[in-house]
Structures are given as C-alpha cells and as structure tokens.
Design a protein around this ligand. Structure first.
Ligand code: ZN
Length: 267
C-alpha cells in the first residue's frame, strides 16, 4: 500500500469512528465491578480439623455413557477443549483442574427429590432451552442437605453440568432449598439454613486445601459477571453457543456475603 492510499484509508476509518460516536452519544461506559463483592481469592487457611464429613451414599459411577454425553456437551460448548480430550471413554478423560467453586440452591425441596432429578444421565426434555444444548443431564459434585450434611455426588474433579461457561473448571455445590439465607420461611419457602452455611464454609476450606489451582468462589447468580473480561476470573468463562445463557438467582446475595465473610476469617 502506498502512502496516499494508506492516508485515505486512515481518514475513512476516522470518519467511520466519528459517525459511530455521533450515533451513540459518546463512548460507552462499562459497568464497574465491585471486586470485594464478586470474588474470593483462595487458598484459605486450612487445618486438619477442618476436613468435613462427606457422605458417599449417593455418589454416582462415572460410566462410559455419561462420559460420552459429557464429551458431546463439550463438543457443542467448548470445542477448543473437546478437540484435545482423550478418545477413550475413561473417567480421567473428563477430569478437570478445579479453579472456581460455584454455589447453588436446588429449588427442588428435598434431598431425595434432588437425587432423583440428578441421577438420570439424559436431561429432562421439558427443560427445552437446556435440553437442546446437549443431552447430558445437569449434575454437581456436592449436595448439602438442609441439616448441613454433605453428600458427594460426582467425584470432585470430574466435569458436571451445572454452570454455563464454567463447567470445565468449576466444582459445584448444590444446597437443598429455594430461597436466600434470611428470607422469611413460609409455605413452600425454604430459605438456606445456618447449618448449610457452616457446611459450605467447611467444604470450601477443605477443597482449597486439596486443589492449589482453586482460586475463586462465586454464587450461581453471579456467573454472568465473568463474561466481563475485567472480572478477575473472567478468563475462565468459555461458551461457544451465542446467546446460550440463563438468568439465575441462586443462592442469593446474603448467603454469598455471609460465606465470604466467614472464609476471609481464619478458621
Ligand atoms: Zn444454580
């Protein structure tokens, strides 16, 4: 390209930018992220006494069909990662390095109901928006019952489907309940309990001791914040399907605030 042509091209770009800016009324301001509210850097102080009791009563077997379904999910949603998965269907082929914990509540009001819902490998086809994005059922690594009992469901470092954009790096904790901690209880309202708060704290302390790669903690309702690359954990978010997003309110801001306050203190 000779100089006059390059100059003309620059002018054209400048003119285009000017038109764009006139059209939008000035540069767009990005919503600032309040870091302290949105993440907790791990690891935290761990002592031997912190290891919680984790029951294996409902722990599932990661069989070849579930592995195949998980790979299919990754093919649709994270092709970069899918390309490098081992071809054989061993549990180790869908193992991941945990980097973030995502806390949820189940909406389903009982532990039995949750186990029944999560156990099938194929997703309930009535969840249309979710089902058309892969047949793998939703699942999670841990379930915390209302009395604070912790159940292992998936192995800790095997990928489960619980949070769009983060399943390849996230350990999920589901809490049985359907409302934020501190919400008045009532007919059909099951706010998260202080026992669940205790259990989540213990479990996350334990996990941060087990996995040096684990650095972040969010509530499911905060997951879309990670689409902002300025978020400290924004580099973890990866979703190939445009527009495949859900709006979440679990587990709620009060539960996450209390959990973060506790985790920032020494045990
Ligand atoms: Zn959730």
């Amino acid at each position: 390209m000779n100089i006059p042509v390059m100059h003309a091209a620059r002018l054209a770009v400048a003119a285009a930018l000017l038109v764009t800016c006139l059209g939008c009324g000035g540069p767009k301001k990005r919503k600032p992220i309040k870091l302290v509210d949105h993440y907790t850097v791990l690891p935290l102080d761990i002592t031997e006494d912190d290891a919680p009791e984790i029951k294996n009563t409902y722990k599932i077997e990661i069989d070849p069909e579930r592995i195949e379904l998980t790979k299919e999910y990754l093919r649709l949603h994270n092709y970069e990662l899918y390309r490098y998965l081992p071809t054989e269907n061993l549990p180790s082929s869908i193992r991941f390095q945990p980097q973030i914990v995502v806390v949820h509540y189940t909406v389903i009001p009982t532990l039995k109901g949750v186990i029944d819902y999560f156990s099938p490998k194929i997703i309930d086809s009535s969840r249309e928006a979710v089902a058309k994005n892969g047949a793998l059922n939703v699942g999670v690594q841990f379930i915390v019952d209302r009395d604070g009992t912790i159940y292992s469901f998936y192995p800790e470092n095997i990928m489960a489907r619980h949070t769009i954009g983060l399943n390849h790096v996230a350990i999920g904790i589901e809490n049985v309940g359907n409302a934020d901690l501190g919400t008045p209880a009532g007919p059909g309202k099951l706010p998260l309990t202080p026992e669940q708060l205790d259990a989540n704290e213990k479990l996350i302390r334990y996990l941060s001791g087990e996995y040096v790669t684990l650095r972040y903690l969010i509530g499911h309702h905060e997951y879309r914040d990670l689409e902002n690359r300025r978020h400290p954990a924004g580099h973890l978010f990866h979703e190939d399907v445009p527009g495949y997003r859900t709006e979440k309110v679990d587990p709620g801001p009060n539960f996450m605030k209390k959990l973060r306050e506790r985790l920032k203190k020494k045990p």
